[in-house]
Write a protein that binds this ligand. Structure first.
Ligand SMILES: Nc1ncnc2c1ncn2[C@@H]1O[C@H](COP(=O)(O)OP(=O)(O)OP(=O)(O)O)[C@@H](O)[C@H]1O
Length: 325
């Protein structure tokens, strides 16, 4: 990964005609990236369009190799697109970084050794035009208790917290996180997301890639699902769940005729577990009415929404036809 190259784009936050860009968010337009390696070319990103408004928290979701990290690299100016454009608050990525508008926590990146945690955070703060107060960022990242510890004597979870503090200390308007909680245990994840929510609550824009679908569901306003270099779904997590269908009806119904249940209006599939039947529905309202009309004896009825995991598997499972909306 190379360092961002400075750009000669216009002054930070100002359009060529002099108008302020305060309202602009992140715009990815027609982005294409083909990596060339010894094993041959890899079409990592195959034409994606994503708009992220200021103040939004957006999760980039997708299986291994979907193109999430490549997209993040282009958003940060670390990789040059083969086609398309990236605009970060109206600027090219390198200009946005030069302006101190972007903080990032990528998958790799060691801490400078032989400094205390506080020294490292203070030193990093000095690199930014308008940094956060060092004590404030240490509190936000929960690293006050390890302020005096040497950076080479930290656990994996402590290292992640310090990396988070370093990403935050420039008080960026955009924070980009590539699978930030991979090394964290359950408690560490909880603390990490509390930090990020507190940061987002200051009106900041947060974009994160994750494999943890529950994290996207819990912490993002919106999820952009990628598979094989394309966007296969983009919307609020609730909308994505609704798009794939579905809700599930469970009911106790001994001796039920599964083919008949499967043929009820609004039902897509019918399965049995012991005396319980599980109906996957495209229209759970129609299905529940039909079920009760046909089987007054049905009891213990539960209706639940599909988890994001289920939505994700359905949306990314058969993506050969390309982008679907
Ligand atoms: N620097 C590179 N050189 C060559 N190929 C690359 C490079 N970076 C990524 N790739 C390839 O591009 C494709 C997309 O990778 P990318 O890391 O963007 O996906 P991802 O969705 O972030 O995956 P993961 O969840 O595993 O991190 C993969 O096939 C990967 O092997």
């Amino acid at each position: 990964m190379s360092n961002p190259t400075p750009t000669t784009a216009g002054p930070a936050g100002v359009e060529p005609d002099g108008a302020p860009r305060a309202a602009a968010g992140i715009e990815l337009r027609g982005l294409v990236k083909r990596w060339r390696s010894a094993a041959g070319p890899v079409d990592a990103v195959r034409g994606i369009d994503v708009s992220i408004a200021r103040g939004e928290t957006v999760a980039l979701l997708g299986p291994n190799g979907a193109g999430k990290s490549t997209t993040i690299d282009m958003m940060l100016g670390l990789a040059e697109p083969d086609a398309g454009t990236v605009s970060v608050f109206g600027m090219r990525p390198a200009a946005a970084i030069d302006a101190g508008a972007v903080g990032a926590m990528l998958q790799t990146g060691a801490l400078i050794r032989d400094l205390t945690v506080r020294e490292l955070v203070r030193m990093t703060a000095a690199l930014f035009p308008v940094p956060m107060d060092v004590d404030e960022v240490m509190a936000l990242a929960g690293i006050e208790p390890i302020a005096g510890q040497r950076t080479n004597r930290l656990s994996g979870g402590q290292t992640q917290r310090v990396r988070a503090a370093i990403a935050l200390v420039g008080d960026p308007d955009l924070l980009v996180l590539d699978e930030p909680t991979v090394a964290l245990d359950v408690e560490g994840r909880h603390a990490f997301w509390a930090t990020m929510r507190a940061f987002a609550a200051r009106g900041k824009t947060v974009v994160f890639a994750t494999h943890y679908l529950d994290e996207a569901d819990a912490h993002a306003d919106r999820a952009v699902l990628m598979a094989r270099g394309r966007v296969v779904a983009d919307g609020p997590t609730t909308e994505i769940k609704a798009r794939v269908g579905s809700r599930t009806i469970r009911a106790t119904l001994p001796g039920a005729d599964l083919p008949a249940l499967g043929a009820l209006p609004g039902v897509v599939t019918a399965d049995r577990h012991g005396d319980a039947v599980i109906l996957t529905c495209s229209d759970s309202d129609a299905a529940i009415r039909a079920l009760l009309a046909a089987h007054r004896e049905a009891r213990d009825i539960e209706i639940s929404g599909a988890g994001l995991e289920q939505a994700f598997l359905q949306l990314t499972g058969d993506d050969d036809e390309g982008e679907r909306r």
